[in-house]
Design a protein around this ligand. Sequence first.
Ligand code: ADE
Length: 251
Amino acid sequence: MRIDVVTIFPEMFGEVLDTSIIGIARERGLVTVNCHDLRDWTHDRHRTTDDEPYGGGPGMVMKPEPLFEAVDALQAQDDEPATVVFFTPAGTPLNQAIAEQLSSRERLIMVCGRYEGFDERALSLADLQLSIGDYVLTGGELPAMVTIDAITRLLPGVLGDAASSEDESFSDGLLEYPQYTRPAEFRGMDVPEVLRSGDHGRIAAWRREQAVTRTAIVRPELLAHATLSDSEKAIVDGLFDADSEQEVPQR
Ligand code: ADE
């Protein structure tokens, strides 16, 4: 996969792209990430990328011309057309399904905004506008890094143990079950007996029940898209049933 990032702060990406899984994936040639300075597509002495908003108001708006030139120039560098992603808090919330879809593309161009946002006409370049959450950051660079991370770890050959990206939070619409490692007892807290039983059937059943219960408590809205068996639905109903004898676990 090839990713081109357009930003006025290309230097922000260095450590993140060099470190850990993303660094190794790049070294192995599984992903190429090129960070470009948007100012390279400006033509004035001050390399201006923003201007005042029409209609007044606070802040500055990213000018359309350098953004169009940048995306056109990068598209022209490769026969394979790139999917163009703009980062904005007004975009579609990033989730695991979107990360999976993006990880199947050959080429991505990611465009990071700054200031109060993009001139609306520049957004016509985008195949997808993405938000990483309902809060406003100072720019799209961190969202681009988050998205590159979420995508890269899904690329074939990147994670050593392929199962580790299949069995985790969100891949089946549920949060991940609790994990433990040694020691078996730590500061009075025990690893659940079932995990030490060696009984793989019981372990799988316990993990599934934990994932369903945890999701029902912390992120109940996710259950609308998860496939639950009748007995799992009964567990969920029990949690929210006011007359239930069952104690609702604390977060
Ligand atoms: N730019 C500023 N805030 C953002 C957010 N939450 N997601 C994506 N891009 C942004």
